[in-house]
Design a protein around this ligand. Structure first.
Ligand code: GLC
Length: 459
């Protein structure tokens, strides 16, 4: 299908399939003590103006959304000890398959996820439709190793979409290319007939999830082991996706650049113009892990969210529901606290753009036009200082009370004074700082230019 006003070449570029074939392979990276396979994606090719415009159109809602819920759910939830258990513990496939008999979630468990996501201020969700274990939560004609044909007896992806849409949230699907269950999942690397069968299977799934559930807002590929872009036929894959779902957005984990990058468990802003989304767990596991108690605090989560927004990126935060679909209590507690804060101060996140002020020992920054939002997570007391600001401050306000804040601006420092001794908002207190231009910070300038003195101490 060709899009109106676009040449075929532009269409293909827009669809993310015009890039030169990229070398993609998998490397082991350590994450929470588990060796993870990660796609390597080469630098994106320079996009054409038509591609830029089309991508901006497709991604508008996503850029505004800032905060999403990732959901990892599958047979590994029954085991309750991380979604990589099958491989890391070397569980035989025939033994692992038996879990499908025990995976019988409560009906419509996804409704509680969607409600919680909404309360937390999240605007979209992404759920695993098939993780590396190979078990499909969706109805498929290509295998009976799927929820509707096993004990669950229902299409869990359908329930998920209904739940997300019921709460007015955008909904996407995660889909793992790597498959530990499919007979051709490893030998496809050396056996062409196996590769053909396996790639047809994977493309067939992608076709199903793009065709059977109405609008798919995000397609979130994962781990492209063991093939490269050519082997996976990733360009053909994305082309099919965009023919079926012209408005969707895709990530970079099928080896092609796609629409956005996916830093995992860390925050790393992409260069200006390239979209990115940090995905992160709330403890150390994506799938439900009964004994993993290394929970992040609501403060840490809000800090990460502000840092992502300030870097022009999104934050996709994970829950790992239990096998019955219920959400671990800690996740509910954390997201509820996050939501209470977001209900008051969410505008400083949603309506923000990339900030050129980034450095503080106790705050993160977002920006809306010429206004800087200083999110102070470690409150220093009645004076809050910011170094290296090269823009003139016009006004400052404490968002908690809306009260005006006095300030003193020197060449290398601005100090906000007369503030409460104790943090007005324990999770993050926001100072709204209106400037006479886009706020810019230059730390190097402070280091080089701040006047120095002699070697002694002056009287
Ligand atoms: C990694 C892991 C996987 C998790 C994903 C989320 O690729 O293999 O378990 O689903 O990251 O980003």
């Amino acid at each position: 299908m060709e899009r109106e006003g676009l040449t075929r070449r532009e269409y293909l570029q827009w669809a993310g399939v015009g890039a030169t074939a990229l070398a993609a392979s998998a490397v082991g990276a350590s994450c929470g003590g588990v060796k993870q396979e990660r796609a390597i994606t080469e630098k994106p090719a320079e996009p054409s103006p038509a591609e830029v415009a089309n991508r901006a159109r497709r991604m508008k809602w996503w850029h505004e959304a800032k905060f999403g819920m990732f959901v990892h759910w599958g047979l590994y939830s029954v085991l309750g000890r991380h979604e990589w258990a099958m491989e890391v513990e070397g569980i035989p496939v025939a033994e692992y398959e038996q879990l499908a008999k025990r995976f019988k979630p409560q009906p419509n468990a996804a409704r509680a996820w969607a409600k919680l996501a909404k309360q937390a201020g999240m605007k979209y969700m992404v759920m695993t439709s098939k993780h590396h274990e190979g078990f499909c939560l969706f109805d498929t004609k290509l295998t009976d190793y799927c929820a509707p044909q096993q004990a669950a007896g229902r299409d869990l992806v359908k329930e998920y979409f209904e739940a997300a849409r019921g709460e007015g949230l955008r909904a996407g699907l995660y889909y793992s290319l790597m498959d530990w269950h499919h007979p051709d999942g490893a030998r496809c690397l050396t056996d062409e007939a196996a590769r053909r069968r396996f790639v047809d299977y994977i493309h067939g799934h992608v076709r199903e999830i793009c065709s059977n559930y109405g609008k798919l807002d995000v397609l979130w590929y994962d781990v492209n082991w063991p093939l490269d872009v050519k082997g996976w036929e990733s360009e053909k894959m994305n082309k099919m996706v965009f023919e079926l779902e012209p408005d969707t957005i895709v990530n970079n984990r099928n080896g092609l650049p796609g629409d956005f990058s996916t830093p995992e468990q860390h925050i790393e802003a992409e260069k200006e113009g390239r979209a990115w989304e940090t995905c992160m767990t709330m403890n150390d596991s994506w799938g439900y892990h009964q004994a993993d108690d290394n929970w992040k605090t609501p403060k840490a989560i809000l800090r990460n969210l502000a840092r992502c927004a300030g870097g022009g990126g999104n934050y996709l935060l994970n829950i790992g529901p239990k096998p019955d679909g219920s959400i671990p209590d800690e996740s509910v507690r954390i997201l509820t606290a996050v939501g209470q804060w977001m209900a008051k101060y969410g505008a400083t996140i949603y309506e923000s753009e990339r900030s050129k002020v980034t450095s503080s020992l106790f705050a993160e920054f977002t920006r809306a036009g010429n206004t800087l939002y200083m999110h102070v997570h470690y409150w220093p007391g009645s004076t809050v200082a910011l170094g290296g600001l090269r823009t003139k401050v016009l006004n400052a306000r404490l968002l908690t009370t809306s009260q005006k804040v006095d300030f003193k601006q020197e060449e290398f420092r601005v100090q906000f004074t007369g503030l409460p001794e104790k943090a007005p908002d324990n999770l993050a207190t926001v100072i709204e700082i209106e400037c006479d231009g886009e706020p810019v910070q230059d730390e190097e300038w402070v280091r080089k230019e701040r006047p120095r003195r002699g070697v002694g101490i002056s009287a």
